[in-house]
Design a binder for this molecule. Sequence first.
Ligand code: HEC
Ligand code: HEC
Ligand code: HEC
Ligand code: HEC
Ligand code: HEC
Length: 225
Amino acid sequence: MARRTRQNIGLILGLAAGALALFVLLMPGREAWHARGAMNSGHDDIACEHCHLPAPGSLRQQLQANARHLLGLRATAADFGLQQAGSRECLACHDFPQERHPVFRFYEPRFQKARDALHPESCVSCHLEHRGVRVTLDNIDYCRHCHEETKLKNDPLDVSHVSLIEAEQWDSCLGCHDFHGNHLMTVHEQLSEAIPPARILEYFRGGPSPYSADRKFTPRQEPLR
Ligand code: HEC
Ligand code: HEC
Ligand code: HEC
Ligand code: HEC
Ligand code: HEC
């Protein structure tokens, strides 16, 4: 088949698929069809376009780029209609100055191993959307990727941090510390007072906060751009 014909077939197929996708996308009341599942905790009233910005280029350019990609004439697919949502969109509503683990910090070279294992530099590594939950990690021990060297000068704990880390009790950390530092809470000094892992996982799945209902910062309803 001539290259030109292949390009034309690709364009027509691309246009047809695109038109169908657009038709479904634009039908009122059909939002749930193309979203993957229930919105995550607290996001029921967040508009799609706050997280999915329009993709660059005209619709025709996007279709052509994708048709060329399908035919092997272009290395990457193009965003079609909407861009992929990421940390930039989240931070437009969620950034607060006291953040304990700001995502941008983890681009530093010393976090390369943690990046390979966990991708802490991106919100959606731990908070995939459309899953009907709060945190999408299925374990609570990921502190291990960065805190192996943590030592406190005058450790107030009955079982010191050094001992906890030596014994690889990584599932204890979230029992006393929240991750972002946004909850107004007491940090306990007795290991027996740590929140049990099951309650933390329940919170991940959308249950009530085991830390406190009071937060320092409440997310914005409208993005700051
Ligand atoms: C709070 C931010 C947020 C909101 C609001 C949101 N989404 Fe998403 N959406 C995401 C993220 C992040 C992904 C990436 C995939 C994932 O997390 O698994 C995604 C993925 C998708 C996908 C799959 C395609 C892809 O890029 O992977 C579709 C389709 C989608 N969203 C549609 C919608 C629709 C329709 C709405 C409004 C009802 C909506 N989204 C609202 C964040 C959001
Ligand atoms: C348009 C603003 C907006 C955007 C964009 C947005 N959020 Fe939210 N988010 C909110 C609001 C408002 C709440 C509900 C806050 C509450 O319950 O008080 C919320 C709730 C949450 C919660 C649960 C909070 C809790 O205390 O239980 C998480 C986790 C979260 N968002 C993560 C994200 C991530 C990750 C992204 C990007 C993919 C994102 N949000 C994008 C406004 C936003
Ligand atoms: C490495 C994993 C990880 C990353 C990356 C991450 N989070 Fe979280 N997030 C968590 C965990 C674990 C919790 C539950 C503990 C807590 O509440 O601090 C949580 C809780 C939250 C909450 C609810 C509690 C609160 O602070 O109000 C919000 C909102 C939130 N994350 C937003 C975000 C946003 C926005 C980003 C990106 C800028 C992000 N997270 C990146 C793991 C992560
Ligand atoms: C990707 C790396 C990374 C991960 C994963 C990580 N941390 Fe951290 N954490 C840091 C860095 C960097 C600091 C800042 C202090 C420093 O430079 O050592 C910090 C600081 C802290 C602090 C002290 C904050 C303050 O205000 O002084 C606490 C508490 C903490 N982390 C708890 C945790 C817990 C609990 C987990 C697991 C749920 C975790 N961290 C996961 C990198 C990480
Ligand atoms: C029984 C509760 C408890 C457990 C379990 C616990 N911590 Fe702590 N942690 C504390 C207290 C109390 C402090 C000191 C007061 C503060 O910084 O809030 C502290 C302080 C820290 C600090 C700040 C150090 C500094 O120099 O300021 C980091 C980082 C930290 N913990 C990480 C961890 C990690 C990682 C784990 C899991 C191995 C863990 N903690 C388990 C209670 C706990």
